[in-house]
Design a binder for this molecule. Sequence first.
Ligand SMILES: C[S@@+](CC[C@H](N)C(=O)[O-])C[C@H]1O[C@@H](n2cnc3c(N)ncnc32)[C@H](O)[C@@H]1O
Length: 253
Amino acid sequence: MGELVTNLPKPEIPLIWNYDESVKRTKTNYYKWSKMTLEMFAEIWIAFKKLSKEGRPKTVANATDKWSDYCQDCGVDRKTIWRWFVRLGWLNDGLYSSNSSEWYTPSEIIYKVCDVLGEIDLDPCSDSFDKPNIPAKNIFTKKDDALNKEWFGRVYMNPPYGNVIDKWTEKLSDEYDKERVQEAIALLPGRPDTVWFRGLNKHPRCFIFGRLIFSGQENSAPFPSMVVYMGNRLNEFINAFGDIGDIYMRINK
Ligand SMILES: C[S@@+](CC[C@H](N)C(=O)[O-])C[C@H]1O[C@@H](n2cnc3c(N)ncnc32)[C@H](O)[C@@H]1O
């Protein structure tokens, strides 16, 4: 066993971890976790260390390098283990970790948001009182804890991209459905494989071409982005965002 592993205690989830929705939902997963021995955990960690930063195996050889076997032995799928590692702070994949949740909106997006909304009444996840990146009339910062406030007016939301992103998309949908928010635009990772993405299904969205260079970053983001629109002025949204991405709406069965 590697040195890192020998020092790794198996964490007690309920004590140190406000565990993931999916784990919370399935008692079976929770049971599996409790059945996992420290050795299994350590083996998974070693296998995990062989993966590249993006979570893809570095080589084809590594792809088969026991990683899947370990997951199978534990009876847990790879995605769940992935999420556990992120939660435990053992993994920074550039999208899920709390360290990388500060993806500030690039100015080209801000201009377009203002084109559609006219003015932004509220940025519920602002980076700063003194020098906010978004020119909104009102802001909530982390200190205010926007998730526990009522939102209003025309909202622009670029939330933290950690594992709590679903709380933000649910909150925005809820405030819009309750008509406290009149119109809204959200900048989010383009992740059709997630549950929160499907929660926004009824709203049109623009899948941005390529990868955004977020404000203050030198390089493109390691994930694709989309801009979701909630409101009745779809033409304005299309006019503003149609040149930087493709706009889609869901076709219902
Ligand atoms: C991705 S950044 C977006 C900053 C800015 N709104 C922008 O678009 O450039 C998300 C911001 O949400 C803030 N934040 C985190 N948790 C929050 C909370 N509970 N309530 C309000 N803001 C929060 C973080 O401090 C962070 O600056």
